[in-house]
Write a protein of this length. Structure first.
Length: 367
């Protein structure tokens, strides 16, 4: 049954829970899901199939399991520190335990938490959208839905979208650009709406207060349960998760260009159709089909193998950590193909300018 594959999402998270429950070196179990899943995603053939009808019930159940699983993960981490089976301070192996805790918490707070939150924030009913806010609190951005929907989905692949990295931009600068853009757009849009309704822009109605309320409550819980060191670790993991979130976004629109005001078309996003990344990404890697209609539920998104493709998203992330490798072996060849086969004449002109600004070869200069 197609719906069962989405249970990879809670299973990933529960691996981290088990790791913290066991303590010791097992705290690395959550982080260890990354290389395991990356290997499988690279080795298994691409998945171009539509999901079967009847996937919705099981798939949605797997989505909604992620919030209790994340609560359980944070509790398990706090318990592991409080009971000294995970000595993140004051022991000979504290550096090892701290690194494993940070990576496991940070990784699982971002993936698969972000894809689930992303799916639910696009639903029309208030309940899934509030679940999305609660999930987004684990990576420190409970209002991500605001900037994502009113900025990214409107201005993608243009200079107005902070989620679209420029050609030549590294993942390290992009995560800060995207994070600042998300918080900034959320503040400006929320304040604008409140002023139009005659309310104070900093009043209790402003959703920006959800950041200290929701994300802060996670940190306070950990601190009260396991002490200051654990609370600071939770803060570090939350920051790391936010970096992971923006890091994975980096690869879905990298270097792409759209003339402002032009319609969104099939070539305006990168797609990653790996057999593993599709279910744990809640199908968001069928990315262009999502941008063509943001209200299509994940199980109804159509894979578009004829649209621009990238290799495994896991592989892209690993390569992106070494910018020269990312530029030389993945970004430049894929963008050259995009410029020559997919871009409109107006986009080719902008692409040539972008290549020049990046100091890249100007493969369009003679066309």
């Amino acid at each position: 049954m197609d719906g069962l594959r989405y249970f990879l999402i809670p299973v990933m998270t529960l691996a981290g829970v088990i790791g913290f429950m066991l303590g010791g070196s097992y705290v690395w179990l959550g982080a260890a899901t990354f290389p395991v899943l990356m290997t499988l995603d690279i080795l298994l053939p691409a998945d171009h199939k539509m999901r079967a009808q009847g996937t919705a019930l099981l798939g949605d159940f797997a989505m909604y399991l992620q919030l209790p699983c994340m609560i359980l993960l944070v509790w398990a981490f706090a318990r592991s520190v409080a009971t000294a089976i995970n000595p993140i301070t004051g022991a000979d192996n504290s550096s090892w335990q701290l690194a494993g805790s940070l990576l496991s918490l940070g990784w699982l707070s971002a993936v698969p938490t972000l894809p689930v939150a992303h799916e639910l924030m696009h639903r029309r009913h208030w309940f899934p959208r509030y679940v999305a806010k609660c999930l987004s609190a684990f990576y420190g951005d409970p209002n991500r839905d605001i900037a994502h929907i009113v900025t990214h989905h409107v201005h993608l692949d243009t200079a107005k979208d902070s989620d679209t990295p420029r050609r030549g931009q590294t993942i390290y600068s992009s995560v800060f650009q995207a994070s600042w853009g998300s918080y900034k757009d959320t503040w400006e849009k929320s304040a604008e709406i409140l002023r139009k309704l005659g309310h104070a822009s900093l009043g209790w109605r402003n959703p920006v207060w959800l950041l200290p309320l929701l994300s802060g409550s996670i940190i306070v819980f950990v601190g009260l349960t396991a002490g200051l060191g654990a609370a600071l670790t939770a803060v570090g993991a939350m920051v790391m998760a936010k970096m992971f979130v923006e890091g994975f976004n980096y690869f879905q629109h990298y270097g792409l260009i759209r003339v402002e005001g032009a319609p969104i078309e099939l070539h305006h996003a990168w797609n990653h159709l790996g057999a593993i990344v599709r279910p744990i990404g809640a199908e968001i890697t069928n990315h262009i089909n999502h941008h063509l209609d943001g209200h299509i539920p994940f199980y109804a998104l159509k894979p578009e193998p004829q649209a621009p493709q990238m290799p495994s998203l896991f592989l892209c992330f690993a390569a992106g950590l070494i910018p020269p490798v990312w530029f030389r072996f993945i970004a430049q060849p894929r963008l050259k193909d995009w410029d020559e086969r997919f871009a409109t004449p107006g986009e080719r002109k902008l692409a040539d300018q972008a290549n020049a600004q990046a100091g890249w070869p100007r493969w369009l200069a003679s066309t």
